[in-house]
Design a protein around this ligand. Structure first.
Ligand SMILES: [Zn+2]
Length: 298
């Protein structure tokens, strides 16, 4: 029975022990109190890595047979190094995999550590929870930025949130500075920049009551998601797509389905599905453990 540990960090660090792709025991949080939102941003890099180590050691609880430790990071990750992490900027350039491996060893745990992009972990977590570990799962995470994750993990750059979905030169709201990107339309931060006088919640509320500018934006937002999904289908084939994240609340599934049908017309590619999944800590933690086990065994 494979034991793995999954760790994720966004607002807080969440860590859990997995037995055969299922959570065993409760998820451990740092800080324990959910109200202190900026706790991780304020921690210097070395302190943050030490906190992660403490959490893993506590979760392992003396076990020596941990097959893999997966650390999910919001950002661009390559070969155990965080190349960029806009939400936890102190991690940029951090060799977390290497540092954590030796720190864990010093604390008596000899286990392979894998650093993963958090969107890939969500894809692995959804695949594990829904029993789809035998097929390709792709997921969009709708938050401040737009994440794109896929399971099974394959090496490469999967910055699907920056898929170009419009040639409109005025579309410049993406956090990366690129023009015409999906995140520049759908990202929470980008929406706040576009509607300086309204919060995203108010925009979608006003769209319901027929405000023309807001309704137009709601359509653009859904067309953008449909376009990026259609592009992924045209390049990697049909299959299962999931949508999650805190802005899943804005998704109008019938509208999205309608745009998808307009954009994917070749019949061999129409065997796809797009489904909503509510965000939860266990999906991330399970995904980090499952994805780490998968990569460790490659
Ligand atoms: Zn971008």
């Amino acid at each position: 029975m494979a034991k793995t540990i999954g760790v994720t960090m966004s607002q807080r660090i969440a860590a859990g022990l997995l037995h055969d792709h299922k959570l065993s025991g409760a998820i451990r949080f740092y800080p324990e109190d959910a109200t202190h939102d900026d706790a991780l941003v304020e921690l210097p890099r070395e302190a943050l890595i030490e906190v992660i180590c403490d959490q893993v050691i506590a979760i392992a609880h003396g076990a020596k047979d941990i097959a893999a430790v997966g650390i999910a990071v919001p950002g661009l990750v390559r070969a155990g190094v965080v190349l960029d992490s806009p939400n936890l900027p102190q991690l940029k350039g951090a060799h977390i995999q290497e540092q954590l491996t030796s720190l864990l060893r010093e604390n008596g745990l000899n286990a392979p550590v894998t650093l993963l992009n958090d969107a890939d972990c969500v894809a692995a977590g959804i695949a594990a929870k829904l029993g789809h570990l035998d097929r390709m799962v792709r997921v969009w995470t709708l938050g401040n930025g737009i994440g794109y994750g896929r399971y099974p993990f394959t090496p490469g750059v999967w910055e699907g949130g920056h898929t170009v979905i419009t040639l409109d030169a005025k579309e410049t709201y993406c956090g990366c500075g690129g023009r015409g990107h999906l995140e520049g339309i759908m990202g929470h931060r980008a929406m706040r920049m576009r509607f300086l006088d309204m919060e995203p919640e108010e925009v979608f509320e006003a769209a319901k009551s027929g405000d023309e500018r807001c309704l137009e934006f709601k359509k653009l937002w859904h067309r953008a998601l449909a376009a990026a999904t259609a592009t992924s289908i045209h390049q990697a084939g049909p299959g299962k797509f999931y949508v999650t994240g805190f802005n899943l609340r804005f998704v109008d599934m019938p509208m999205l389905t309608d745009y998808m049908q307009q954009m994917v017309k070749m019949s061999p590619l129409q065997n796809y599905s797009v489904e909503p999944v509510h965000e939860s800590d266990d999906v991330y933690v399970i995904g980090a453990g499952v994805a780490a086990e998968h990569t460790t065994s490659l």
